[in-house]
Design a protein around this ligand. Structure first.
Ligand SMILES: [Zn+2]
Length: 464
């Protein structure tokens, strides 16, 4: 299998440490709020990666963390703890917040048909491991104690900024953004491994350590959890592109200094989902959640299809117009699949030919757009239905688009009608036929369907 490796910035042959087995680590969410569609884009592709690897014969052992402590808004002592902020805001305990948003996050996995990884570990459950690692880092003098906290000393490394050719520039921007003037640090890029002193004295969760009562920094949790559950050698580490620096860079720094050899060979990063005017992000309130989609009567799987129609290595611009087209396509596919009735013998030769094609898409740097094209080719082909059904079921093991689920929650025919009318209205507006556009809107409204024009296109909702 060929896969793009962020570490070498090349498409490479994917070779595991142990033949046939993949040790895969995925950075999980910080559970202080709902995840937005952009967050889920990474998890969609990580899920497809896992299922693809299994489809071509690997056994995948995948671990994901849940950050339920210590994720700071900035990387220094001056940053605020996101969990703590939210707990204060909602007047709840940190662990209640964590439990609530972990559940919400998992519901999103269910809505998108993503497999919940076999091993999902809350950061608060591995404190002993972080302490073990930090002790060793102090012993090896990669870490130092200062002002009550323990920091990693990046000047001890031959190359710290491993994801970049330019050691300085990209890093310094990151440093400016995420690391502020913490006078305890030897180098501005050093990062905290353990806090005992901090601005937020109300920190609710604290643990005993050789350096006093405190709590871990954010980056150490992924190194710790990965080490504890997957050992010293990792095959592939995944995450959103925004984690590349500083989070993944720091993970590599501390993990490799601790174990004393190379840790992970392949780094899989998924690019951002953007809005027309920038990144979808929590901080400016511009984010759309899976629940928002459901409230507007969109099937979350249409969003998944929209993601799969483009490459994980490209940024994707979210718009309701694009989502409407994906939903239209998704409904068409479901319609076709629903009308397939078994009609004779499996055409084994043709089946293996198409299956080979599908595997080639996987092996070609996880080309999901080609996977969807292959699926559409099968539907359009003149294969008999039995062979079509067989192939579509096979492909759906990877894509998990619920192609054969009998009851869909949404009235597919009504939805197809609405989407068609939205398209006609867009066309009318383009031709400056505003009378027709208004007429379509009014008609839909009379039938309980409300159109909402946004900067990201037209979305719709059904009035109950
Ligand atoms: Zn991580």
């Amino acid at each position: 299998m060929k896969l793009y490796n962020s570490l070498t910035r090349k498409v490479e042959d994917f070779i595991t440490n142990k033949p046939g087995v993949v040790k895969m680590y995925t950075c999980g969410p910080t559970v202080y709020d709902y995840a937005h569609l952009g967050n889920y884009r990474s998890y969609i592709f990580e899920d497809i990666l896992e299922k693809s690897l299994e489809y071509i014969g690997y056994k995948v052992n995948r671990v994901m963390n849940i950050t339920d402590i210590g994720h700071l808004t900035g990387d220094s002592d001056a940053g605020k703890d996101k969990m703590l902020e939210k707990a204060k805001e909602e007047n709840k305990g940190i662990l209640d917040i964590a439990a609530f948003y972990t559940k919400a996050f998992k519901d999103g996995f269910d809505d998108l048909n993503l497999k919940w990884p076999d091993t999902v570990i809350p950061a608060t459950s591995c404190i002993d491991t972080y302490i073990e690692i930090i002790k060793k880092l102090l012993e090896k003098e990669y870490a130092y104690q200062s002002g009550g906290n323990i920091y990693f000393d990046i000047s001890k490394l031959k190359k710290y900024n491993v994801f970049s050719n330019q050691e300085s520039e990209e890093m310094m921007v990151g440093v400016r953004d995420s690391v502020s003037d913490d006078e305890n640090k030897r180098n501005p890029g050093d990062f905290a491994l353990w806090f005992t002193k901090s601005k937020f004295e109300n920190q609710a969760l604290k643990w005993n350590s050789p350096w006093g009562e405190g709590y871990p920094g954010w980056h150490i949790e992924c190194s710790g959890i990965s080490y504890k559950y997957l050992g010293e050698y990792l095959d592939i580490h995944c995450g959103g592109i925004d984690n590349k620096f500083p989070h993944h860079t720091n993970e590599i720094a501390q993990s490799e200094s601790f174990i004393g050899h190379k840790w992970c060979n392949y780094w899989f990063h998924v690019l951002h989902l953007n809005l027309k005017n920038g990144k979808m992000s929590k901080s400016d309130g511009s984010f759309v959640t899976i629940n928002d989609l459901k409230k507007l009567v969109y099937n979350p799987l249409s969003y998944k299809l929209m993601c799969l129609q483009s490459s994980y290595r490209k940024e994707l611009v979210f718009s309701f117009d694009a989502l409407n087209s994906s939903q239209t396509l998704y409904n068409k596919i479901l319609n076709k699949v629903n009308n397939l009735k078994e009609d004779g013998k499996l055409d084994e030769e043709a089946a293996s030919e198409y299956n080979k094609k599908f595997k080639e898409c996987i092996e070609n740097d996880l080309n999901t757009a080609m996977m969807i094209t292959t699926l559409l080719d099968v539907i359009k082909s003149n294969l008999n239905n039995t062979t079509k059904i067989y192939l579509l079921k096979e492909f759906d093991k990877v894509l998990c688009l619920d192609l054969f689920k009998k009851e869909q929650n949404i009235d597919v025919k009504l939805e197809a009608f609405i989407l068609e009318r939205i398209e006609q209205r867009n066309e009318a507006k383009k031709n400056k036929n505003y009378a027709l556009a208004d007429q379509i809107r009014e008609e839909l409204l009379e039938n309980g369907v409300e159109l909402l024009d946004t900067r990201e296109g037209t979305k719709y909702t059904i009035r109950k």
